[in-house]
Design a protein around this ligand. Structure first.
Ligand code: 13P
Length: 259
């Protein structure tokens, strides 16, 4: 049985003090006994150090185990790459996860499948668990290209990873047209795509690997739509944007996934 996984992608939001407050509020609103899913929060690079120690302290005091993830990384370990941050640096800081290939990075910063695969490999080699994002645009969906696009993204983004490394990844299906738009894929629509992804993983790797990989849904996830989504057999959690910036809505989503 796959353990569900809810992650909050804070994107480029929150000053340091706002991030600390938000993390603190999320920690205190999550009673350990109520939570039966994996949880991660992904602040900006700037806030990672502080948030990693905050969640660690909280856990030491008997609070829930909340992981911290980066939103991006560079595939080289170090060197002349101005403005970049590497996987070993993030791991050293206390991160457990890294979001890789988010559609905003793909569309706004030209991130290719090849770059995504190098980043995923670098993350794994440094002990970070990648959340590899894929998703089609509205135009691609309307032109019935969804499966073709996702197949190419999966093929390219996981290229160079061993089957065991693929198994350590979480896949986040985020239809681009549902991100930040208030439009969510219907539970049936999302389930169809998640089943397609799992089927791809079964064909490409093994059924055991495909069955153990968690596939998150992302795109306008909120407390009032998460129940229907999480009840689908191939939806194993959520990658939450806007609703993860408020402690009450994020913890509500986590609690609803824990029922
Ligand atoms: P929203 O939940 O704001 O639509 O963002 C989804 C997302 O991009 C998470 O990575």
């Amino acid at each position: 049985m796959r353990r569900k996984f809810v992650a909050g992608n804070w994107k480029m939001n929150c000053s340091l003090s706002e991030a600390q407050q938000l993390a603190q509020d999320i920690c205190t609103s999550l009673e350990k006994e109520e939570i039966s899913v994996d949880v991660a929060i992904c602040p900006t690079f700037l806030c990672l150090s502080s948030i990693c120690s905050l969640v660690k302290d909280f856990q030491k005091q008997g609070g829930s185990d909340i992981g911290v993830g980066a939103q991006n990384l560079h595939w080289e370990n170090k060197g002349a790459f101005t403005g970049e941050v590497s996987a070993p640096m993030l791991h050293d800081m206390g991160c457990s996860y890294a979001i890789i290939g988010h559609s905003e990075r793909r569309t706004l910063f030209g991130e290719t499948n090849e770059a995504v695969s190098k980043k995923a490999l670098a993350a794994l080699q440094s002990g970070l668990l990648p959340i590899v994002c894929i998703g089609e645009t509205l135009e691609e969906r309307e032109n019935e290209k969804t499966e073709e696009v996702l197949r190419l993204q999966l093929e390219g983004s996981l290229a160079g990873l061993s089957p065991a490394q693929v198994e350590a990844c979480t896949i986040a299906y985020e239809p681009v047209w549902a991100i930040g738009t208030g439009k969510t894929a219907s539970p049936e629509m999302a389930q169809t795509v998640h089943a397609f992804i799992r089927n791809y993983l079964t064909q490409k790797y093994t059924s055991a690997i495909a069955q153990s990989i968690r596939i998150q849904y992302g795109g306008s996830v909120k407390p009032d739509n998460i129940r229907e989504l999480i009840n689908q057999p191939d939806i194993d959690g959520a990658l939450v944007g806007g609703a993860s910036l408020k402690a009450d809505s994020f913890s509500e989503i986590i609690k609803l996934c824990s029922l």
